[in-house]
Design a protein around this ligand. Structure first.
Ligand SMILES: CC(C)(COP(=O)(O)OP(=O)(O)OC[C@H]1O[C@@H](n2cnc3c(N)ncnc32)[C@H](O)[C@@H]1OP(=O)(O)O)[C@@H](O)C(=O)NCCC(=O)NCCS
Length: 285
């Protein structure tokens, strides 16, 4: 098992290494790199840039800064988590979760209760980390948030994003930050508890995205929506189909959020074949 050390990145030299790591994680667009001077200014003014080191080499980092939630009056302090990146050799090792734990401690020490960030809802690995492992929830869908992105992970599709809420003092989140997190629910557990599937099951080659006829959707205390298990692979093979998935799931999530649903869980089953499902339930349940 890989061992790493996580510490604050505070000097220009340390943050230059974070710039280099960004080039590896989001290849192809120099314009999308957060430069040292901005990382440094945020880090010296209540923000956090922290790095994961293996043998003194920076291989993961998390970056965020304080912000204001202006949707409430008076505006309330929150932490905007802007970037989380792990070198491809270390993904799936728990490093992303460990970096978020470090951020969680920092934010709690500042007395801030809420962290927000965005991610592409069709990326199963990110959903597994954000929703399942960290306990973030989501009922905010942002269309083409960053406009046309040019980096290798995002080019070619509208940059739709979930904005998630991470209530750092909630029981839901603190329970997931302990050494022994709660047992996870599989899809079968959710179905047994009454969840209904929005789209028919598919194996590893998703042919068509869910149809958007809300009138046909099942009733239930929760709804399960299957997404492609590897959207990046689908996107690389068939951009037209990937776009259909983007537009169809956009419509589904927007409709469900309008109806008061909240993304409350994500289930990734490695298979074979691998299957990935969001679970949504009415907010407040
Ligand atoms: C997102 C990212 C930071 C996660 O880092 P990480 O070190 O892999 O995270 P973790 O290992 O803590 O958690 C990832 C989880 O996804 C699981 N996973 C791995 N491959 C997966 C896949 N193809 N589909 C779904 N889940 C997957 C892992 O097994 C792990 O879950 P587990 O602990 O339940 O097994 C990393 O993948 C990354 O840098 N991606 C590119 C940049 C990016 O998208 N950043 C986030 C948006 S700014």
């Amino acid at each position: 098992m890989t061992e790493w050390d996580i510490r604050v990145l505070g000097t220009a030299e340390e943050l230059a290494a974070a710039e280099d790591l960004q080039r590896m994680v989001w290849p192809g667009s120099e314009a999308d790199i957060v430069p040292v001077h901005l990382l440094l200014t945020a880090a010296h003014n209540g923000g956090l840039a922290a790095g994961a080191f293996v043998d003194d080499r920076l291989v993961g980092f998390v970056f965020g800064f304080p912000g204001l939630d202006t949707t409430v009056s008076p505006p309330r302090l929150k932490h905007c988590s802007h970037m989380l990146g792990v070198h491809s050799d270390f993904r799936g090792s728990g490093m992303g979760h460990a970096l978020k734990c470090f951020q969680w401690q920092h934010v709690r020490q500042q007395g801030i209760e809420r962290v927000t960030w965005t991610y592409d809802p069709l990326l199963a690995r990110n959903a597994q980390l954000n929703i399942c492992k960290l306990g973030a929830v989501c009922n905010t869908y942002l269309r083409n948030l960053y406009g046309d992105m040019r980096d290798g992970l995002n080019a070619g599709l509208p940059s739709d994003r979930f904005q998630v809420d991470w209530w750092v003092n909630s029981e839901r989140v603190t329970a997931r930050m302990t050494e022994r997190p709660r047992p996870r629910r599989g899809l079968a557990d959710h179905l047994t508890a009454g969840a209904a599937k929005i789209n028919p099951s598919f194996a590893d080659e998703p042919a068509s995205p869910p149809s958007v006829r809300p009138a046909d959707w099942p009733e239930g205390p929760a709804l399960a929506l299957q997404i492609p298990a590897d959207f990046q692979d689908l996107r690389a093979r068939d951009l037209t189909l990937a776009l259909k998935w983007r537009l169809s799931t956009r419509a589904v999530f927007e409709e469900l959020f309008d109806r008061g649903y909240l993304v409350s869980d994500f289930v990734y089953e490695a298979g074979p074949p691998p299957r990935a499902h969001y679970v949504l339930r009415p907010a407040g349940l």
